[in-house]
Design a protein around this ligand. Structure first.
Ligand code: FAD
Ligand code: DHB
Length: 391
């Protein structure tokens, strides 16, 4: 088999890239190790930046999102028993975010790609990459037990944090920067109407909590927990009891409870490799970087990377020039580090750190007070949350 760009991974990075390339008349094949139902049901993020929303619409992929997604123009920060709204529209000149589940985005991207005759090879196993140091990259894999080869001009490593592409780059090329956090998030989906129209990020003595949603009938909630929290210790009643405590306000706020339909624990880390490219292999999205979820940035950053990559590939196929491709890492990393900074900052602002001294706790409360009372500070939060401008 032969194509222009071999894309490994049918996550947001890989699928958006395939669509961007299609628009530019560049062929690609996507290889995905999982089945189609698996990637279409995998519960993950839910917040799309304004720029991600605009891009999906521009690509003609936003029809269902615009119908079923919930556009939000603010969030609430809750601490000391009180809520404080950050008004994105007012602070950013009308921008907002779309609440629309990542797996719904995946469904839309897969359906549109297949409808346009694009190739996505599901259940591609034993994937390995080679030849990218020179001019003849090749992806080897098996499908239904048959060994296969995909020859291409470029490989896009969109295979997430646990994929094979980052590890295929020779030792000594990449430098990794990393931070682990001493907590995780216990996330649930519940058949319960969200108790507020907008997201609530709560800083509480007992730990962080987040109320989000998927529809007017389904809530998505998260609780700060141990990084290796045992879900068996969390029957539904205990989860609701803990949530109620962390969201409680002076004026008697209470969450609407309902059956829990999904539960999971996510670890938290910040991670970046530099550079994000080697020869004809380009890393994009989680394969190159991970952010803690507090800023809701993972998916959006993956999309921002592949926009840069698609521009570089477009330039190459139009003119043979590699100027933009050569600068891929440099351009992406400027955004990556700003988003890392923001995600780290939101995480530090809102979580309980086990080793916190009384001084650190006072400092955190002062920062929350500042961020919810200074227009300059609120603007900083708002412009990062709705998404920094794309280069
Ligand atoms: P992925 O979505 O991980 O896609 C990579 C794809 O590659 C996958 O489909 C995978 O199956 C495939 N793949 C992997 N290895 C191979 C291989 N060897 N061969 C072929 N295919 C391969 N972000 C938030 O902002 N908020 C959240 O609440 C949030 N929750 C998350 C919960 C979980 C459990 C996880 C894992 C991530 C979460 N994220 C969250 C982060 C966000 O979902 C990711 O940043 C986003 O999915 C990145 O997109 P991607 O395309 O780079 O990678
Ligand atoms: C959601 C996830 C996040 O990480 C976040 O910061 C906000 C919302 C969500 O899943 O809805």
């Amino acid at each position: 088999m032969r194509t222009h760009v071999g894309i490994i991974g049918a996550g947001p990075a890989g699928l958006v890239l395939a669509h961007l390339l299609q628009r530019a008349g560049i062929e690609s094949v996507v290889l995905e190790s999982q089945t189609r139902p698996y990637i279409e049901e995998r519960v993950r993020a839910g917040v799309l930046e304004q720029g991600t929303v605009d891009l999906l619409n521009e690509l003609g992929l936003g029809e269902r999102m615009m119908r079923q997604g919930l556009m939000h123009y603010g969030v609430e920060l809750r601490f000391g028993g009180r809520g404080h709204r950050i008004d994105f529209a007012d602070l950013t000149g009308g921008k907002g975010v779309m609440i629309y589940a990542q797996h719904e985005v995946i469904k839309d991207l897969v359906a549109a790609r297949l409808a346009a005759g694009g190739e996505i090879l599901f259940e591609a196993k034993d994937v390995s990459v080679g030849g990218f140091e020179g001019e003849r990259p090749v992806i080897r894999f098996t499908q239904n037990g048959e060994p296969m080869e995909l020859h291409c001009d470029f490989i896009a490593g969109c295979d997430g944090f646990h994929g094979v592409c980052r590890g295929a780059i020779p030792d000594g090329v990449l430098k990794a920067y990393e931070r682990e956090y001493p907590f995780g998030w216990l996330g649930i989906l519940a058949e319960a109407p969200p108790a507020s129209h907008e997201l609530i990020y709560a800083n509480h003595e007992r730990g962080f909590a987040l109320m989000s949603m998927r529809s007017p009938k389904i809530s998505r909630l998260y609780l700060q927990c141990e990084p290796d929290e045992d879900l068996n210790k969390w029957p539904d009643a205990r989860i609701w009891e803990e949530m109620q405590k962390r969201f409680a306000t002076m004026d008697g706020f209470s969450l609407t409870e309902g059956p829990v339909i999904q539960k999971g624990v996510t670890g938290m880390r910040s991670f970046v490799v530099e550079p994000m490219q080697f020869g004809r292999l380009f890393l994009a999205g989680d394969s190159a970087h991970i952010v803690p979820p507090t800023g809701a940035k993972g998916l959006n950053l993956a999309v921002a990377d592949v926009r840069v990559l698609a521009s570089g590939l477009k330039e190459f196929y139009a003119s043979g020039k590699r100027d933009l491709l050569n600068k891929y890492s440099e351009i992406c990393l400027r955004r990556v580090w700003k988003v890392q900074r923001f995600s780290w900052w939101m995480t530090s602002l809102l979580h309980k750190f086990g080793a916190d001294s009384a001084f650190d706790r006072r400092r955190q409360l002062a920062e929350l007070d500042y961020v919810t009372s200074s227009r300059a500070a609120m603007t900083t939060l708002a412009e990062n949350y709705v998404g920094l401008p794309l280069e």
